[in-house]
Write a protein of this length. Sequence first.
Length: 581
Amino acid sequence: MAARSADTPFLRVPVGSEAHRWSTFPGERTLVVATRTLTSTIRALESLPAVLREDPRITVVFTHDPTSAFGDGALGLLHDAGCRVMPWEQLSAVAPDLILSASENIEVPGGDCPVLVLPHGIGFQKYVPDSRSPHSRLSGVAHASLLESGRAWTAVSHPDQERQLLAAHPKTAGRTLLVGDPCLDELLVSAHLRGRYRHALGVREEQRLVLLSSTWGPTSLIGRHPELPARLLAGLPWDEYRVALVLHPNVWSAHGSWHLRTLLARALDAGLLLVPPVHDWRPALVAADAVVGDHGSVTLYGAALGRPVALAAYGQDAVPGTAGARLARLAPRFDPERGPLRQVQHVLRAHAEDPGRYAPVATDAFDAPGTALARLRDAVYELLRLDPPPAAPQEPLALTPPDVPATAVASWIVTTRARTEDDGRSAVSVRRVPAAVAGEYGEDESEDESGGRFTHLAVRPDEERDLRLVESASVLVGSSPAPTAGAARRWAHATLDRWPGGLLAATALSSGDRLVALRDGRAVLVSYEDDHPADADPGAAAAVVYSRLRAGDAPDGGTVTLHVGDGHSGVRLRPAPSSPS
């Protein structure tokens, strides 16, 4: 045991030699929740509240083993959650009835109380460095001394994991508890709130959310391909896709949010949803349309939810013969060096043709979905030698919506293609990519402006922080609707005067039209034939006018079919009134 620090006094309540004098609830049993890593702390806090509901007989106190390389953030998380945390050194002075941990690597003091080890992922699917030796070990398996003592109990989510543990260490025989996976149960029961989660993430109905999932270590997706988030944002049209990134908590704990945001700066400027490590990854996964991952648990959870999955990395530290290994045989590979759009489209199409392809993998990883909380409660009370409360066990509850801050994109490289369709109608297709990542990682496309193809820079001058982009923009886009066409023209002329490099200034009108003003004084009203909200982004309408100008066509007359992604709309162009209206 480490020496007791002078600035971490022992708790006097709810545990301590005189705790009975100060405690409000005279508990019959003491449960110590021992945390070590940020990951294990998160998992314990996710699982325990439903297991220990409304039972004053159990005194719960937390403690934190500070020896892990991935412990940064764990203690703060406990305090933020309102947990009563005693110094790690006090554990040897407490006589708990049960020690519970989601970290298998804790080194508890001697005694005879049982130690329940919860998984902090799905099973035992990865080899990790052993902090006690220069070798590797199987993640999730309690260390030998605890197994040899006969005190360790290991919760598993599938009978195959019992057999895997027995093969890895004979002392686990008869010391496993089949409880299922509470995290999966919450993901499944949250499916009906998928639309709400997407709205919370800022994903529009017509957009697809691609979720990148990375475990930790040099063989992980983010370790091998740190540029992949930016590549996806450059190669997936902005109007059609959003990109989220879920990183293993060990990455956050080891490197810190400052370094991660510095490493991912371009992607964040391009609108990347960098999901915080605590809780929000779960509703983000429910919201996702596809998962591009590696051998981490989040990828396997995505497959269990029936999401299309592709693997961009798969390390040698993955364990053969597991459900994750079976997923690796079924899932297509995603090549980070190739353009992402066709690959994502292929993954989505292939999964639509065979939506149940990963069902056998889920069956191999999770036993009796929907029952984990009840079985975990039974296990905890049995180890505490207490009868469970008479009330029925807590059913899994739907997850709360995610809170994932994202940078608002304010500049785009816009590519337009003008053509004549089979019915003789003029058409313009518009593709936008955030300027922060365009050009460096984009799809392999010719930049030759011929055959009706043109490219321009569009910027929201009231929001873009990079002055060079505002000064270089050909199209200046308003951030909020104008009440009248006259007010829109005044805004446009003032904006073009302020930024002499711009050719067009466009804004929405509260009526639902868009006004696009030219530097020569003309102005075009763009009206959608179908229903579009008044606050819709006017950038696409401005792109139509820009394309017609570059092609030498009249910008203020006629009807055009506007194609953005898979959707299309008819738009009518006409001269805007010269007086306020």
